[in-house]
Design a protein around this ligand. Sequence first.
Ligand code: DC
Length: 237
Amino acid sequence: MNKSKITIAVDGYAACGKSTLAKALAKVLNYVYVDSGAMYRAVTLYFLDNNIDIQDAQMIDSAIGEIDIHFEIIDGKNHTFLNGKNVEKEIRTLRVSDFVSPVATISAVRRALVKLQQEMGSKGGIAMDGRDIGTVVFKDAELKLFLTASIEERSRRRMLEWESKGMMEGINKEEVAENLKKRDHIDSTRKDSPLCKAEDAIVIDNSNLTPEEQLSYSLDLAKKIIEKKLTGVVKEL
Ligand code: DC
């Protein structure tokens, strides 16, 4: 464990800019970045493509044993690989987005992915975004951020993202908002590790913040915590 490196957990609602922030923090601090949502999406894609019945515990258990997920950086961007295939684009489609929250309620799936996430962060120096990072995966993370933004702003951002990737064909604004609301509801009300703010997390409502403003605020927090870790001197957060 590197003494100066901390663990950063970024949680929050769907399309709140969690990955934008976690990615930017990791880049500036030279940390590893992990998009835990991509892992749930990759499992969902596997379940859809292989007709896995999510009511069938045995089928789920054996499917989990057949899934290998890893990340690769290609041209500076994070790409998700499922059993050796680059699925970065496929896991972002509405087909996967519509089914990922039910899959993420399955405890066997969560157990397997949380174990993998904890292994990835065992040396510190990691920024991971998701729903249960500060409450379950890294309960002892030195910096926990909880992001939120209005549903209008989140839908607008998700639409712009999908438009820029040519993924809005046949999808309207209402469907985008509906998917976000439905996922937030399932994610916050599930029994196993529901989305909620960790007691010691700092809330950032970024409805009216630019990504740069949000990064600068969060980076300040991170630097103070790193300094405290190195020197023992506490500066007010
Ligand atoms: O971050 P995202 O929107 O790509 O995540 C997709 C889904 O995965 C989200 O709706 C809930 C689930 N998820 C989860 O349950 N726990 C995590 N740590 C990350 C994502």
